[in-house]
Design a protein around this ligand. Structure first.
Ligand code: FAD
Length: 397
């Protein structure tokens, strides 16, 4: 499925690419034992085959692929409450469906969740597949996967989008594996190549150093997960109507391998950086825990914001991991994002690009954060931020 290919004509079978490939994605074919260095034998002509499917398979698939149509969004819900990421994905899916000139469909699985259907039309779904069944009350990989795969086999969508949440990641992986199709996780951009009718799924790769656009050429459906807050929700259109489909599926609790006995909710402070309107994030430039406490928490208190941190701040132990913003932390989209002493590494930037306003304070005028921010202050945080806090306090925040 991948875009990596060995160009058979140019390959000399030296094996160097196998050694240097950072993700161990390449292998040489087993050379015939008859091969003797310096003496050409018939078997020597064996070359490494391109990673792509053999030609006949590709041709067969081209015909089959045309049977797959429509863009689907998995509508994640918990206790009947639809996850905002699903509405964001309806927004992204709408763009894809428009380019492909196909329907946008929501797939809603759960128990007594039909109340949400109208909302899905209002957020862009043309059709909703609803499977409402007591066995689907709690998310379980086994049940959700079976139902989802069954629906895909029956209705054959060409694209499936899911939130890169705990549930979405789990379900997407299971469904893609069962259908033996391609899944691009944690996408930051989705588009359509109109000529080939293929989804272009873009995501950071190789530690965030490059943006890779990944294509699933020979299999359907094409699947992608996207983190919360990466895509924009559409403005709801009140009263918009769509088509409801309620497929029959056979589900029996007795046949399942897992049972949910109890849900124990986590106690302690709830962190919801993703919903915060203002975030004050601190990085290594704050020097130590005391600096982080004083300036980052101080400014957050003065502006009524939530505190966040770069990975460097988390690794230094100044703030817990759940507050980390970026590729391996959370993706945020506040109205205002303060970056204090944060250099703006790509892994941090991918988590903050949805912010309306980014205000950066950094002593290094060449810090990459200045290329991304809306307002940048070049200077020492220890001088600038206390003055800012003081002025905000004088003005009452
Ligand atoms: P630094 O890069 O060290 O920057 C500190 C900044 O503070 C500098 O720009 C400096 O000029 C400035 N400064 C210093 N003193 C002062 C002062 N007195 N006044 C003003 N400015 C000052 N990082 C994340 O943040 N989130 C992630 O999710 C994440 N995921 C990653 C995933 C992978 C696979 C990898 C490889 C890396 C990841 N990283 C992530 C790490 C990332 O590459 C950077 O190392 C990290 O973001 C750096 O944090 P920082 O900006 O706080 O520190």
């Amino acid at each position: 499925n991948g875009v990596c290919q060995v160009i058979a004509d140019k390959c000399t079978e030296c094996g160097q690419c196998v050694d240097v490939c950072p993700v161990s994605a390449l292998e040489l074919p087993k050379l015939p034992t008859a091969t003797v260095v310096g003496e050409a034998t018939k078997e020597d002509t064996t070359k490494m085959q391109p990673v792509d499917e053999p030609l006949e398979t590709a041709i067969r698939l081209t015909g089959e692929l045309a049977n797959y149509q429509g863009v689907w969004v998995f509508i994640e819900q918990r206790e009947g409450v639809v996850a905002p990421v699903s509405l964001e994905l309806l927004g992204a899916g709408h763009q894809l469906a428009k380019k492909l000139d196909v329907e946008l469909c929501g797939v809603l699985l759960g128990d007594r969740v039909s109340d949400s259907v109208n909302m899905l039309y209002e957020y862009g779904a043309d059709k909703v597949y609803l499977v409402d069944h007591p066995v689907l009350h709690f998310y379980r990989t086994e049940t959700y996967m079976k139902v989802f795969v069954e629906l895909v086999k029956r209705y054959a969508p060409e694209i499936i989008l899911m939130g890169a949440t705990t549930t979405g990641r789990d379900l997407a992986g299971a469904v893609a594996t069962d259908l033996a199709t391609g899944l691009t996780a944690d996408c930051t951009g989705l588009d359509i190549d109109g000529k080939q009718r293929i989804m272009l799924a873009t995501r950071p790769a190789f530690g965030g150093n490059i943006m890779a656009t990944i294509l699933c050429k020979n299999h359907r459906p094409q699947m992608a997960t996207v983190r919360p807050k990466v895509m924009k929700m559409m403005t709801p259109n009140p009263g918009r109507q769509g088509v409801l489909v309620t497929p029959e599926v056979t589900l029996q609790e007795d046949n399942l391998l897992t049972q949910v006995l109890e849900i124990v909710k986590e106690h302690g402070e709830q962190v919801n950086l993703q919903e915060a309107a203002i975030i004050v994030a601190g990085g290594r430039g704050l020097g130590d825990r005391a600096g982080f406490q004083k300036l980052c928490f101080g400014l957050a208190e003065a502006v009524g914001g939530q505190v966040g941190g770069s990975r460097a701040a988390v690794e230094a132990g100044w703030i817990e991991q759940k507050y980390q913003v970026g590729q391996t932390g959370v993706t945020v989209a506040p109205k205002i994002y303060f970056a204090l002493g944060i250099s703006g590494a790509i892994q941090h930037l991918v988590g903050i690009r949805g912010s309306d306003i980014i205000i950066a304070v950094n002593s290094d005028p060449d810090a990459p954060i200045f290329k991304e921010c809306t307002y940048g202050v070049v200077g020492d945080i220890f001088t600038i931020v206390p003055k800012l806090i003081e002025q905000l306090k004088e003005k009452g925040g």
